[in-house]
Design a binder for this molecule. Structure first.
Ligand SMILES: C[S@@+](CC[C@H](N)C(=O)[O-])C[C@H]1O[C@@H](n2cnc3c(N)ncnc32)[C@H](O)[C@@H]1O
Length: 219
């Protein structure tokens, strides 16, 4: 997606993807990664997800990467916390304690930026991107992060004749195609969205599933 698409969404507050609470899959499955509190967590395309406060409260240093300055400002304002702002190129960094939001383009990250990262939390990042960008996203993530990376990935799958993304449908097969060469993949859970799920109803989906994967970088 073009950057302008997301800037417009944030400017117009069209952010139906934002959950006002901590994601239930994160709560239930984060421990499966077996990380330590001191492990740094990268949250690509992070929006203003409350999930980052939850990860920070566990003790993790957190680096969220987000294009929208609106999202970065809202995140700290809504958390009733002030952040120190370090303007820069290609990222302006908002920092509170060990929680940092890097405002800029994920594809501008270089290995040195994320050398301490051990864990990644991907909710609505991969599925926010159209197919060709998903390949670039996975390639870039793998290229810049250290070799011992573990990822908690949440996907959404549906019949794409019923709806156009974002969020895009990402099948289990695609997860294997994208990540299988470099990561061991285990599926932790698949859940059908309820028939009366507000998102499915709004977007006219007859059925949809969400799945949670643990990805562990191969040696
Ligand atoms: C669907 S939202 C998901 C946000 C968050 N993960 C959540 O769970 O609420 C996708 C976010 O990615 C951001 N984004 C899109 N392209 C980006 C890029 N190239 N670099 C950084 N952020 C990007 C958008 O501004 C948007 O906030």
């Amino acid at each position: 997606m073009e950057h302008e698409f997301w800037h417009t969404r944030w400017a117009n507050k069209e952010i139906g993807f934002h959950q006002g609470t901590v994601n239930q899959y994160l709560r239930e499955h984060w421990s499966s990664l077996g990380g330590y509190p001191e492990d740094t967590v990268l949250v690509p395309l992070c929006g203003k997800a409350h999930d980052m406060w939850w990860l920070h409260d566990l003790g993790h240093p957190v680096i969220g990467v987000e294009l929208s300055e609106v999202a970065c400002k809202d995140f700290f304002e809504e958390g009733a916390t002030s952040a120190k702002v370090h303007p820069g190129q290609p990222f302006t960094v908002f920092r509170h304690d060990s929680l940092q939001l890097w405002c800029g383009d994920f594809f501008q990250l270089v290995p040195d930026d994320v050398r301490h990262v051990r864990l990644v939390y991907d909710r609505a990042a991969l599925i926010a991107l159209p197919p060709a960008m998903r390949r670039e996203y996975v390639a870039h993530l793998t290229a810049v992060t250290p070799d011992d990376l573990r990822i908690l990935l949440i996907t959404l799958d549906y019949d794409n004749r019923e709806m156009q993304g974002p969020p895009f449908n990402v099948s289990d097969e695609e997860v294997h195609n994208l990540y299988g060469a470099d990561y061991h993949i285990s599926k932790l859970v698949t859940q059908h969205l309820a028939k009366d799920d507000p998102f499915a109803k709004r977007r006219g989906l007859s059925s949809a599933t969400e799945s949670v994967f643990m990805l562990t970088r191969k040696d």
